[in-house]
Design a protein around this ligand. Structure first.
Ligand SMILES: NC(=O)c1ccc[n+]([C@@H]2O[C@H](COP(=O)([O-])OP(=O)(O)OC[C@H]3O[C@@H](n4cnc5c(N)ncnc54)[C@H](O)[C@@H]3O)[C@@H](O)[C@H]2O)c1
Length: 352
């Protein structure tokens, strides 16, 4: 049997293929599969280091399997990040997601991971606001104005017409300006209000979404309005009291969150401190857990970020790419005998 070729999709192709389906439907379906126990979600592998400028760098490998049209779809997302990348004009996070042939286990498709990662994260927030957020809402507050903030604005503009104002804040004023300029062109239906502090932005809305790289909690309980929903997407923004006094805390996968010491909720769950009603958004979607919306307190949605959402989206992208013959086919596996020949030093490439 000949070694298969691998299809490689850059971001432009991924974005084109995403236009062919509804990403919220795909993410919701993967969450339902997970809640029904029909997805496979092993622990992630995490590697970290500091670069030459002393900035934090990390590589996360996240495997998973999720039901697709023809059975389980297996793959892995490798998402790396250096905190110093934005100052060099690059997105902080980037990587690749691969899909595996279920029969041979060979990777058959590799694609840019950054866009799908932001898309699936924002889609998860949209679904959690829809099912766990306040019924009456007109604005959102975004803390952190990077890549994820853009994708959140894009999806709120597309899926939630009740949101007409976004209060935004970032420690870096140039990123506030950058997001406001981007939004003026791309999400004109949402008015952007730039804030001077995180406290001002947090107090402005009943839907608050943290999208920062903070490694130290700073949002105090009394900054938040009564009846507030918080999408705690980044790892370490809410202080301990906000969790301890919450009306409810929802996650995507309790084991993954609990086993992760790099996020405040993981540490609190490992110490068995969370007393609020808790469950997963997937359970709410399949009806095995009652949704709790904020009344006078705070409801928190705190996703770990599951690989199966990336893999489910990528399967849809892969189908479109194959049908429309997009991407590049590379021969990666095995030795192609007509092009390589053995020498004393190993193999050398033969001109074709
Ligand atoms: N839970 C999930 O599913 C999930 C998925 C993907 C990414 N994330 C997390 O989301 C976060 C945002 O990702 P991104 O790609 O948009 O990052 P990014 O680097 O593009 O943007 C982060 C922004 O946060 C700002 N910031 C840092 N500390 C701040 C603070 N204390 N107050 C206000 N602003 C602050 C930075 O200046 C930067 O502009 C990261 O922490 C990432 O790990 C979570």
């Amino acid at each position: 049997m000949a070694e298969p070729e691998m299809r490689v999709l850059d971001r432009g192709v991924v974005e084109r293929c995403v236009a062919a389906f509804d990403p919220l439907d795909v993410v919701e379906s993967a969450l339902r599969s997970h809640a029904a126990g029909s997805a496979v979600l092993p622990a992630e592998a995490y590697l970290e280091w500091s670069n030459h400028a002393g900035a934090h760098c990390r590589s996360v490998a996240m495997p998973g399997g999720v039901p697709g049209r023809d059975g389980l779809v297996y793959g892995v997302k490798i998402i790396n990040a250096a905190v110093s990348n934005p100052s060099a004009g690059m997105e902080r996070a980037g990587g690749v997601t691969m899909l595996f042939d279920p029969g041979t286990a060979r990777p058959y498709l590799m694609a840019d991971a950054g866009y799908l990662s932001a898309l699936r994260t924002a889609a998860y927030t949209l679904l959690s606001v829809r099912h766990l957020g306040p019924q009456a809402r007109e604005s959102i507050s975004l803390i952190g104005c990077g890549a994820l903030a853009r994708e959140h604005l894009r999806l709120f503009a597309r899926y939630d017409p009740s949101i007409t104002v976004a209060y935004i804040y970032d420690l870096d004023p140039s990123r506030i300006r950058g997001l406001a300029d981007w939004a003026a062109l791309n999400t004109p239906g949402i008015t952007i209000v730039s804030c001077h502090s995180a406290a001002e932005a947090v107090a402005a809305s009943a839907v608050v979404i943290t999208l920062t790289t903070s490694r130290k909690p700073y949002i105090e309980r009394d900054w938040l309005r009564p009846g507030c929903f918080v999408g705690h997407v980044s790892l370490d923004d809410l202080t301990e009291n906000v969790f301890l006094e919450a009306e409810a805390v929802f996650v995507d996968d309790a084991t993954l969150v609990r086993d992760n010491p790099r996020r405040i909720l993981g540490r609190l769950m490992a110490e068995d401190k969370i007393r609020a009603a808790a469950g997963t958004l997937g359970e709410v979607l399949v009806g095995t857990r009652q949704a709790i919306r904020p009344h006078n307190g705070v409801v928190i949605s705190n996703p770990f970020g599951m690989s199966i959402l990336d893999i489910a989206l990528l399967e849809q992208v892969a189908r479109t790419a194959e049908e429309t013959r997009l991407g590049s086919l590379l021969r990666v596996f095995g030795l192609c005998e007509d092009r390589w020949q053995p020498t004393n030093a190993g193999f050398s490439h033969c001109p074709t």
